[in-house]
Design a protein around this ligand. Sequence first.
Ligand SMILES: Cc1cc2nc3c(=O)[nH]c(=O)nc-3n(C[C@H](O)[C@H](O)[C@H](O)COP(=O)(O)OP(=O)(O)OC[C@H]3O[C@@H](n4cnc5c(N)ncnc54)[C@H](O)[C@@H]3O)c2cc1C
Length: 374
Amino acid sequence: MNTHRRVLIVGGGFSGMSAAILLAEQGNTVDLVEIDAGWRSYGAGISLNASIFRVFDRLGILDGFRECGAIIDGIEIRGPADQVLAHLPTPSVMDGAPGSGGIMRPVLARLLADRVRATATNIALGQSFGTIADGVDGVDVTFSDGRTGTYDLVIGADGLFSSVRAAVFPNAAAPRYVGQAVWRAVVKRPAHLPSVAMWMGPGLKLGITPVSKDESYIFLTENRPENTYVPPETQLESLKALLGHFTAPTAQALAAELGEHSQIVYRPLEQLLLPRPWYVGRVVLIGDAVHATTPHMAAGAMIGMEDAVVLADELAAHHNVSTALDAFQSRRWERARMVVENSGRLAEIEQGHGTPDEHRQIMGQTLGALAQPI
Ligand SMILES: Cc1cc2nc3c(=O)[nH]c(=O)nc-3n(C[C@H](O)[C@H](O)[C@H](O)COP(=O)(O)OP(=O)(O)OC[C@H]3O[C@@H](n4cnc5c(N)ncnc54)[C@H](O)[C@@H]3O)c2cc1C
């Protein structure tokens, strides 16, 4: 069953764009408002687990990914001096699809935005909503440019600090700082890098993921009990100093490559898992707005984009919006909970509250669970 609906999506990130593509393709009237007038995505890489490729396939961006991203195989975990501790396989979950990969965020955002633009979605950039009120004929929304609209469904896909969440769940807990921050930078792709490589150091974890034929991005997770401000002008020097804790030749080569030209992104890590319900009336949350994970399993974008797939499927299957939203939430809760909580546990272990064995076990088990059908 497919019912034509008027849908508003607030937020044009990976989750919101995925929802726009699928719901517009189903024949719904889709409005998407994105607060950033430039519809920008910041310049860092993103690591991709096998399960995201079935979503890419559904969204029609798998070929684009093959062209612009990097396909890799497995995750290698090493000690600070380069000794191999474990190799986690990353088998494909779909015939002919990669088992693992990486891509630059702006490139993935462009692939998705091109697909959104190819649908009939009405895109309003530099816009947000003012008020949302569930009324008799639908959800009445006012916009920042003074327009108004009435919708059968409003999707809050506006990320970790979601304004839609604040509007419909005013008592929701705030995101929680997990005691770690991550440093990222784009570097040349080392010739010998067939997999994601990670080095476990003292209070630090360094990783490198290829993101294109020529480029990789590094991520360095640092234990920082306090979420203090790090001035941009000190970041290059600080990242180089942190890399100095790793004697592995690849880590030293990475430190040597960084310079004033390098774009460094520093980010404190926060998590949020909204308890159910994830919807109020005809307003539902997806992606980071409802389940923001730390990047320990590289699965946050994936579960947000999967939300869009499941939501579109349930809306197509049910005439009644509440029934569809309930089915959506039931199918998504356990998977999102697992990703957020297991990633949070990895953060705790990396801060000395657990063993390396448990760390590897959780990573392996979570990858296995993520490979299951959604
Ligand atoms: C350091 C770090 C590394 C990560 N690495 C990975 C990784 O390797 N692999 C992975 O799968 N995931 C990773 N993630 C998680 C991933 O980045 C997020 O889960 C994903 O970006 C969430 O997408 P989203 O669309 O739900 O939210 P967002 O990406 O936050 O998008 C929200 C959008 O809404 C817009 N918006 C905000 N407020 C409003 C408003 N009021 N009105 C209109 N628009 C609004 C924003 O401008 C933005 O475009 C990482 C996260 C972090 C913090």
